[in-house]
Design a protein around this ligand. Sequence first.
Ligand SMILES: NC(=O)c1ccc[n+]([C@@H]2O[C@H](COP(=O)([O-])OP(=O)(O)OC[C@H]3O[C@@H](n4cnc5c(N)ncnc54)[C@H](OP(=O)(O)O)[C@@H]3O)[C@@H](O)[C@H]2O)c1
Length: 327
Amino acid sequence: MQNRVLGQKLHVSAIGLGCMGMSEFYGPTSDLESIRVIQRALDFGVNFLDTADMYGNGHNERLIARAVQGRRESVILATKFGNMRGERGEFLGVNGKPEYVRKACDESLKRLGIEVIDLYYQHRVDPGTPIEETIGALSELVKAGKIRYLGLSEASAKTLRAAHRIHPVTALQSEFSLWTREVEEDILPTCRELGIGFVAYSPLGRGMLAGRFQDNESLSESDWRRNHPRFQTGNFEKNLELVKNLHEMAKKKGVKPSQIALAWVLAQGEDIVPIPGTKQIPYLEENLESLQVALATDELEFLNQVFRPGVTAGERYHPQGMKTLDR
Ligand SMILES: NC(=O)c1ccc[n+]([C@@H]2O[C@H](COP(=O)([O-])OP(=O)(O)OC[C@H]3O[C@@H](n4cnc5c(N)ncnc54)[C@H](OP(=O)(O)O)[C@@H]3O)[C@@H](O)[C@H]2O)c1
């Protein structure tokens, strides 16, 4: 397995594993199969697992605890705090207050069954709490030995700078893929200037770029994407037209559309680590094989042109979700 290096020289596998869908959002789940996927990933040398306290309202962290039992030392465990949910899973807002950060960390440690979290991200920036206060609390957790490195998710360039002044930020985790390229403008350059690694979430466009879905109806009843703007009838068809280009390129190269999508993300810089999510071993294997897929300059240029920023139909979250993004 190839490695990549995030900020503060944190070495992780060049592709991580996103575990969110193993608990909710993307249709039916099976704990046993998910544990097999995680363990298979570890067997392949993937050491970077991504979760959050809100995924399945704690379920995802508990699932990971079961999957890594006995292998904790070979894993870089990344989790997140800040999106509060009620007992029935309802979204209660974003919280970055120091006392909340401390409480959330203790609860994640307990669910994960570990002594220290390797990489602890603020999931969404809390507009009601100065970032300096949140980062101050995180830096105390580093001193207390409860977390090793800290990160932010969906933070603006301005917030990154303010945070990095208080304590070195190891990684920014934000959406980045062929169909979501906004970070190229000022966020990626800021990460590079400050030496902050970039973790690309939803690198397969939540599955759309893998070319597997044909229409909104092909998503199961419980699938959160049914209400996602980019998967709405109307937008869906337009986005599918874009994905046809991936099918064609993949066919010519004898690979899968998903592998073209991941190879493109991997080609955007050695400081970028995609964390594709899957609940299925064949997809995991396919995704790891994308490390062997080389895209020529003219192929990269073609993809950059077809998937130029702004071309995707639909916003990347519903209006309430868009409001939680720091801009
Ligand atoms: N920081 C944040 O706010 C944030 C937001 C979203 C996600 N994330 C993190 O990023 C991770 C990855 O993002 P994501 O799961 O949203 O999206 P993604 O990785 O872009 O796509 C996941 C979807 O693609 C499917 N898939 C994966 N590999 C495939 C393949 N080779 N061929 C066909 N289909 C394939 C999966 O299917 P199956 O599920 O059926 O395997 C799933 O439906 C998450 O697990 C989570 O840890 C973070």
